[in-house]
Design a protein around this ligand. Structure first.
Ligand code: GAR
Length: 210
């Protein structure tokens, strides 16, 4: 089984979807550790309920970003994961950290990247009048939200959508595409190669897959 170390900062609904997929044997993986930079992250309770070890590493107790990232990397190495899974982890990571886990560091972002890197993605998609919106699972590279997409989920923006309704549907979509993308990674159907998501069957890296 693949060993997953999941990093969170908040609700942890994506963590929940991943734990459920592991438990239901949809994913041939085990979440070996959940690390949060916030002690009040609800995802910690979800992990504890599933009897998964948790760790809080409060970034505010470190002098600077490299100091936090070095401690984080050491904690991650101790659980010897195959993949480091960012699931609503709201910290920017230093290039040194990213390089250390390159190809094994995965993120989910609530937009159709390269559209709307950063925050407030749903409001920005609505403000732009986009007809489609979505979420992207991607390899993390040193430039924030710019790594190669592995899987994208797309949905239609409805005429009466608000930020909240759109966000709720994106979340549901995320809970499907994140376990799916991890499954592809664990099966070795896709890997990181020369700054791209390389599919062993030759398909394009960023084509929507579900
Ligand atoms: C998710 O929508 C995820 O895409 C987003 O945070 C949310 C976490 O929800 N991530 C980012 O914005 C990363 N820049 P969750 O805690 O319920 O999984």
């Amino acid at each position: 089984k693949a060993r997953l170390c999941v990093l969170i900062s908040g609700s942890g609904s994506n963590l929940q979807a991943i734990m459920d997929a592991c438990r239901g044997h949809i994913l041939n993986a085990t979440v070996v550790q959940v690390i949060s930079n916030r002690a009040d992250a609800h995802g910690l309770i979800r992990a504890q309920q599933a009897q998964i070890p948790t760790e809080v590493l409060n970034h505010k107790t470190f002098a600077d970003r490299p100091g936090f990232d070095a401690a984080l990397a050491d904690h991650i190495d101790q659980c010897n994961p195959d993949f480091v899974v960012l699931a609503g982890f709201m910290r920017i990571l230093t290039p040194g950290f990213v390089e250390r886990f390159l190809g094994r560091l995965i993120n989910i972002h609530p937009s159709l990247l390269p559209k709307y890197p950063g925050l407030d993605t749903h409001a920005r998609a609505l403000a732009a009048g986009d007809q489609e919106h979505g979420a992207t699972v991607h390899f993390v590279t040193p430039t924030v939200d710019a790594g190669p997409p592995i899987v994208q989920g797309i949905l239609d923006v409805l005429p009466d959508d608000s930020v909240d309704t759109l966000k709720a549907r994106i979340h549901q979509l995320e809970h499907v595409i994140y376990p799916h993308a991890l499954d592809q990674l664990i099966k070795g159907n896709v890997c990181y190669r020369q700054q791209k998501a390389y599919w062993t069957d030759g398909r394009e890296s960023n084509s929507p897959d579900i």
